[in-house]
Design a protein around this ligand. Structure first.
Ligand SMILES: [Ca+2]
Ligand SMILES: [Ca+2]
Length: 255
């Protein structure tokens, strides 16, 4: 009985959200998150500057930033970066995208970590694959085709610059000092998605980069698209105008 009460409550909440959106404007929301309404299009993986041929695409955990100088890392720590990409094929090409927010859940803050660490999303400009390696928090030897620090496609293609080829930041936040979803949103982040919907061959996603410049131990742990609890997985929230011939497709993914 309790579960049906919860479902009914959720349904009413959903109805209220959709109703208020349609009442105030014609805008609608699309949420792309693995496990939500059958979506399975998120690729995310951590790469490591000390283990340049390691990958970690199938781990439920991801890390970004500079680690501490504790074992097994040498003095000064090591750099971790996260590549993340969403398959945008569920997005109809005949709606107008009004805004985009990327949310990734912070789940781990190391001891003695500094507060107020900046994290930026940079658009990646070369193809890569998430791969199937599950190496816990530290990664493990990559398989051919996986993303690594040295290679966008391990064995067959290396980055021009080790650590990834990417543009200037599309969005930057100061991460919270407590666990929970962190949100990136900006006009450029929205433009990235608009461009990638129009030209899917250019959609290589973003590289999430923490503060690598100064203090050690800026690293943070995040939930990946393989997180056991589906609601904790990264999600791309797209607000659109609700207009277009294929707008019915959105209903599958609307929240
Ligand atoms: Ca995935
Ligand atoms: Ca992954």
């Amino acid at each position: 009985m309790k579960s049906s009460f919860v479902s009914l409550t959720s349904f009413c909440f959903l109805f209220v959200v959709v109703f208020s959106f349609s009442n105030s404007s014609s805008a609608a929301i699309l949420v792309l998150q693995d496990g939500l309404e059958g979506y399975n299009g998120t690729e995310d993986a951590t790469i490591y500057d000390l283990t340049v041929d390691f990958s970690n695409g199938a781990s439920p955990d991801m890390t970004s930033g500079r680690t501490g100088n504790n074992s097994p890392n040498p003095s000064g720590g090591s750099l971790h970066r996260i590549a993340i990409r969403f398959d945008l094929s569920p997005v109809p090409t005949d709606v107008t995208i009004l805004g985009v927010t990327l949310e990734i859940r912070l789940q781990r803050i190391p001891p003695s970590a500094p507060n107020d660490v900046a994290f930026s999303l940079h658009p990646i400009v070369a193809d890569w694959n998430e791969g199937s390696v599950n190496g816990g928090m530290e990664g493990a030897a990559a398989n051919p085709g996986d993303i690594t620090w040295s290679s966008n496609l391990f064995i067959t293609e290396t980055w021009t610059t080790p650590g990834g080829d990417f543009g200037s930041p599309s969005a930057t936040i100061t991460a919270s000092n407590t666990n929970g979803f962190q949100s990136w949103s900006s006009p450029q982040l929205t433009q990235d998605v608009i461009d990638w919907v129009a030209q899917p061959q250019n959609n290589f996603g973003w590289m999430l980069i923490g503060d690598e410049s100064g203090p050690i131990r800026t690293t943070r742990g995040f939930n990946s698209s393989e997180a056991n609890f589906a609601a904790n997985r990264p999600r791309l929230i797209i607000v659109h105008d609700g207009v277009g011939a294929s707008v019915d497709n959105w209903e599958l993914y609307d929240r």
